[in-house]
Ligand binder design. Sequence first.
Ligand SMILES: [Zn+2]
Length: 279
Amino acid sequence: MTMNADPLAALIGQEHAVSRLNAIAHDPPQSIVIEGGDADARVALALYWAMRLNCASGSIPCGQCPACRQIGDLVFNDLLFFDGREGVIKIGTIRDQRGTWGQPPNGDGFRVSIFAEAQMFKTEAANALLKSLEEPRPGNVFVLAAPQRERLLETLVSRSWVITMGWPDVRRNEPEITEWTTALANFWRTGRGWFERTSPKGAVDKNLAMQVVLGMQRELREALSGTCGTPLSSGLVQMYDLRGLRRIDLVLEQAQDALNTSVPVNPAMVLDWVATRMT
Ligand SMILES: [Zn+2]
């Protein structure tokens, strides 16, 4: 991973999530889930939490003491950092640490185990972690960071304190992409006007499909944040309740995963899959 000079730089604009963590720092829950934001912001918030629980100041991280600096560099001896951005998190990885988790931390603070992009857990690995969470581990706390809680094992989430970060800034979509995203939302409302766009041979390449998915996510995040500055985002709010909007987000994340794999996929089929998930 590339480290910023300031490991917490991605927290700008996330004061709400930071203050929620500060509010629970006097009695840290054994496990927290961090959702929302983007991957960098989630990692930064997880590192903030590790600093908050280990800083020599005993309070808001100073950023200067050995604990703060070592956590920022991922070399602190009471920090375990598992990076789902580098691939699936396997059961062996979890088993290897169970002995460590049975021990109190080395220092005076807490041992913080961070799982970045924890949706990359294999099911068996997630279940193995669940076992660790079910046994009290004094001085050990866990952080599961993922785009949204629905992508994690439900039993893990139900044992965790959930912190939701603000969604990233919404940029406007290009007119060509807006045409597609509007057509998609219209299809969800009316069941019409979609397949004639995707079915002509060569109508959708992988790049376009990804742009449509990202464009839809932008509109959706605007809808989720309640600002609704575009006809489409306000339309989405009228069509779906919060659960529905979160379900769309999940579908779009899965489509993104499908388009990102090295396995050849038919991009038009991925878009059709997205379209038919929400009708
Ligand atoms: Zn410090």
